[in-house]
Design a protein around this ligand. Structure first.
Ligand code: GRF
Length: 193
């Protein structure tokens, strides 16, 4: 009997390059899953792209909710309606409430453009430059209530080069993010982590 195909729900706020890389991996059979819904808190590029792929895409306007908790419960409801197994954060710029995190225990992944636990939070590439490290990179981790502090699933090291500014380092890390995230999702699905 064929096993049920794993369903991913993607949350993002911006250009969606990690989402695109993941969807392309799915189309190339490098991830045994499907994206069942793409959700954004902004009318983002990512949502446009999701529609182009023919994926279900949902804009949830934060102004239509009284507070963060009720906003997140709306998202949980949409994800549950789509029978989501794993939530993939891909440039989602809002901090999830405990109510959301408890709805998908151990099943929310994020990618962060630094070698965690170094440089949590915003502008990690600039934080790396300011600190003078010679190597940074990216980390895929599970999401817990503490920001960027959940169990690490995978990392990739990227050199910091003389003359790098935030854009240059971000671009070098981003290339690796795209590969790392897809590979990690596939390994997670196959219980290889
Ligand atoms: C990526 O650098 C990711 O690591 C961070 O936000 C950025 C999102 O980029 N969390 P994109 O929307 O996937 O292009």
């Amino acid at each position: 009997m064929a096993s049920k195909r794993i369903k991913l729900g993607v949350l993002g706020s911006g250009r969606g390059s990690n989402f695109i890389a993941i969807q392309n991996s799915i189309l190339n059979n490098a991830i045994d899953a499907e994206i069942a819904v793409v959700i954004s808190n902004k009318k983002s590029k990512m949502l446009e792209k999701a529609s182009e792929y023919g994926l279900e895409s949902v804009y949830v306007n934060p102004k239509d909710s009284d507070n963060k908790e009720s906003y997140d419960l709306k998202l949980v409801q949409i994800l549950k309606e789509h029978d989501i197994d794993i939530v993939i954060l891909a440039g989602y710029m809002k901090i999830l409430t405990n109510g959301f995190i408890e709805a998908f225990p151990g099943r929310i992944m994020n990618i962060h453009p630094s070698l965690l636990p170094s440089f949590r939070g915003l502008h990690p590439q600039q934080q790396a430059l300011d600190s003078g490290v010679k190597f940074s990179g990216c980390t895929v981790h599970l999401v817990i209530p503490e920001l960027d502090a959940g169990p690490i699933l995978s990392q990739h090291v990227v050199p910091v080069l003389a003359g790098d500014d935030e854009d240059a380092l971000s671009a070098r890390i981003l290339v690796e993010e795209h590969k790392l995230y897809s590979g990690t999702i596939q390994s997670f699905i196959k219980n290889k982590l």
